[in-house]
Design a protein around this ligand. Structure first.
Ligand code: PGA
Length: 256
């Protein structure tokens, strides 16, 4: 059975004190739960990864970075590399988030470089893809998502399907309060899984977790997770509140 991942993408929110108080409230609660195949995960900003790893130590909570450099070292002021993330003991990193693509000119080619840098270091990339509203309205959703997969995963070999995670995040649903309906999300998740199956084989497609992201919250997560190809959520706004984050994890547990 695939892992069900409830991932909080904190974006540029929470400083040191807030990171600590969130985790000091949440980690003891997670320790009491029988999580089964549910994996809780948070992605704080770079400066607070060490603190998050310390607070989450020996708990089921996983910690992820939000981005990584496409290079390993050198004169690249402001960048953080995959070897640096690995040196912290980190296991996950988000790449290709639409905000990175929009504000930092990231492309499928640079997502692909990041992907290999992370895999070389033994980290699991959480690869974000998704169409804009104009692309959806033009009927291009499938074309856009498949070309992001082809570009982002170019030359990638997968053996088990657990080496990477994919997050489908329609850009028009991120931070807008406008969630894709479960039907809209499931339709695209099924297209993604079909492509993975055709490219890497059925066993990889059945093992690979595909998360949905875009205005997921405690009120709508259940109907999304009930869809057969949705294996968790990449959650921004609603992951910032301790109780909402825990509520979504409990909903996921209830469905396993
Ligand atoms: P949102 O963000 O839940 O606030 O829409 C999701 C994301 O961007 O990962």
């Amino acid at each position: 059975m695939r892992k069900l991942i409830i991932a909080g993408n904190w974006k540029m929110n929470k400083g040191l004190g807030e990171t600590r108080s969130f985790l000091q409230a949440v980690v003891p609660q997670l320790n009491k739960l029988d999580l089964g195949r549910v994996i809780p995960l948070v992605a704080p900003a770079y400066p607070f990864l060490t603190e998050a790893l310390r607070e989450a130590f020996a708990s089921p909570l996983m910690v992820s970075a939000q981005d990584v450099s496409e290079r390993n070292d050198g004169a690249y002021t402001g960048e953080v590399s995959a070897p640096m993330l690995a040196s912290l003991g980190l296991k996950y990193c988000i790449i290709g988030h639409s905000e990175r693509r929009q504000y930092h000119c990231e492309t499928d080619a640079s997502v692909n470089q990041r992907l290999f840098k992370l895999l070389d270091q033994g980290l699991v990339p959480i690869v974000c893809i998704g169409e804009t509203l104009a692309q959806r309205d033009a009927g291009d959703t499938e074309k856009v998502v498949l070309s992001q997969l082809e570009g982002g995963l170019k030359d990638l070999k997968l053996e088990s399907g657990t080496e990477i995670i994919i997050a489908y995040e329609p850009v028009w649903a991120i931070g807008t309060g406008r969630t894709a309906t479960p039907q809209q999300a499931q339709e695209v998740h099924a297209i993604i899984r079909k492509w993975i199956g055709e490219t890497y084989g059925q066993s990889v497609a059945q093992n690979l977790s595909i998360l949905y992201g875009g205005s997921v919250k405690p009120d709508n997560i259940k109907e999304l997770l009930e869809c057969s190809d949705i294996d968790g959520g990449l959650i921004g706004g609603a992951s910032l509140k301790e109780n909402d984050f825990l509520a979504m994890i409990n909903t996921a547990i209830g469905l396993t």
